[in-house]
Design a protein around this ligand. Sequence first.
Ligand code: FMN
Length: 372
Amino acid sequence: MTSDVLFTPLQLGPFTLAHRIVMPPLTRMRAAAPDNAPDALNAEYYGQRATPGGLIIAEATWVEPMGRPYLDVPGIQTEKQIAGWRGITEAIHAKGGIAFLQLWHAGRIGHSSTKPGGALPVAPSAVAPAGEFPNAAGQRVPFETPRALELDEIPALIETFRQGARNALAAGFDGVEVHGANGYLLEQFLQSRINRRTDRYGGSLENRTRLLREICEAVAEIVGPGRVGVRLSPYGIASDTHEDDPMTLYTHVVETLAALDLAFIHLVEPRASGVGMREIDRAEQPQGATLFRPLWPNVLISTGGHTPESAARLVASGDADAIGFGRHFISNPDLPLRVKRGVPLTHYDRPTFYTKGPKGYTDYPFLESAAE
Ligand SMILES: Cc1cc2nc3c(=O)[nH]c(=O)nc-3n(C[C@H](O)[C@H](O)[C@H](O)COP(=O)(O)O)c2cc1C
């Protein structure tokens, strides 16, 4: 199958995408603490990957310091961070691209040594993830048992997302993606193994979905529902998540979000996981896009393990409208052009995913001639 179907326009909220190849959020650890403000190098990286009418969803960005799991990941709270992000949106817009920002709170994923005042990470319930996590000194230590959020803390938490959306607009973003995936706070609320609350944010499907819904409503009030997407990983296993019956839970979640008329859902396909330092192959897993397409009327983005061929097949089938390429976008700054021409992709260098500086970041090759 040719890739032509990927180069047809797509309406996404008020935007017309020129093609279906999306850059999904990719944490690169290149926004140094304590400022956690993007800089000119980050702007160069995003600018390299922007195309006319192409959607870039910028990396997971914390809305408040308690939501920051790693030291060198960006925030969208301070003036300096907003100014840093403005450089990035300008670089994307200069090439005609569309820029969304992924709004993030990591919840129980993190360590007290990197939190304000050495506070324990917060979560829906005091349930520790299995495994280890780097502390401020970079040593891997067992996860701590997080502190359960009090009911009266939840309005302020929602407010940090609302403010994050405001700040994203101030930084020039066209919209936001709420991070409801990959084991972070909002997924922690969704999942029954992690959320043991007995108040209105725990227990029933409706209660476990409530925080995600309220946050989506809050950010939609600021930016408009057509400029809001949500990322979900229904069959995900990142950061010790796992729901015994994902179909029932996520049917409810997707139907709840559909009622808000948001621009898109962005599904992390479970067959491959590119996060972290390992390749995980779970070929037996179902295709999320196919399962949830019937429940979702607006744009559906599928990301995870795609090749140009699988992307074209999925879009042609109608099960997804657009396809995210994570690792391939890291190593192919001109990915859409390469897919269009059917030329080989540069393989990514995993050891430099989370390092500092331009190596493995802004030094991947472009096709010699960028002429169309
Ligand atoms: C280096 C790296 C960083 C990532 N950071 C994020 C992130 O910030 N937010 C997120 O939702 N997913 C993140 N992911 C997941 C990717 O968005 C994507 O879902 C995953 O890589 C699977 O797609 P792929 O097979 O095309 O790489 C990350 C993945 C990688 C490899």
